[in-house]
Design a protein. Structure first.
Length: 186
């Protein structure tokens, strides 16, 4: 049975009425239930969103979203996917709809949670790149590594001593990788 975005929306409404809050994705006609993130993964996402928005918003470059934003993909099954962090350039999404968007984000970011495996995360990023994303980033808080994946290029791995840049989307923006990790308070 191939399910559609409408089926997913109906199920989401039923779950919410039952006071169950699950994030759902639609992949190849199947609904995938996503569990909540662990605290560190979500904090890394929040930090990256903050750093990106601090650069993007004053320059009106586009829209940065978190893990609840749904993208209807232009593939055969019209998959509905969500990313941990994403960015869409302003000229591609002039206004925010009160619905899922039918656009492939320019920046695709996945953050490894404690139960995730690297290979499926890379595969998900690759799907977005094949459909039009310019840059994919995989963040691994366990190893404190950042992997940058660009269409048609070799992966670039960054560690704490490196600086993350994405010049094709954010000219001049720089973020020391070490700033992604949650601080320790005394």
């Amino acid at each position: 049975m191939n399910l559609t975005v409408k089926d997913l929306e109906r199920l989401q409404t039923e779950l919410q009425e039952a006071h169950l809050d699950y994030q759902l994705e639609l992949v190849d006609g199947r609904i995938i239930v996503m569990g909540p993130s662990d605290y560190i993964s979500e904090e890394v996402a929040g930090r990256l969103i903050t750093f990106l928005n601090n650069w993007v918003m004053p320059r009106k470059l586009g829209r940065v979203t978190g893990s609840s934003a749904g993208f209807i993909l232009p593939n055969e099954k019209a998959d509905l996917r969500a990313l941990d962090v994403s960015f869409v350039r302003a000229e591609r999404l002039r206004t925010s709809p009160r619905d899922f968007v039918r656009v492939v984000p320019d920046l695709t970011v996945e953050i490894k949670s404690k139960t995730d495996r690297i290979k499926p995360l890379k595969e998900k990023i690759q799907v977005f790149l094949e459909l039009g994303s310019l840059v994919g980033i995989l963040i691994d808080p366990d190893k404190q590594k950042v992997i940058i994946i660009r269409r048609g290029s070799e992966e670039t791995e960054l560690s704490n001593s490196d600086v993350l840049t994405i010049p094709e989307l954010f000219p001049g923006w720089e973020l020391p990788v070490s700033e992604l990790w949650p601080p320790e308070f005394e």
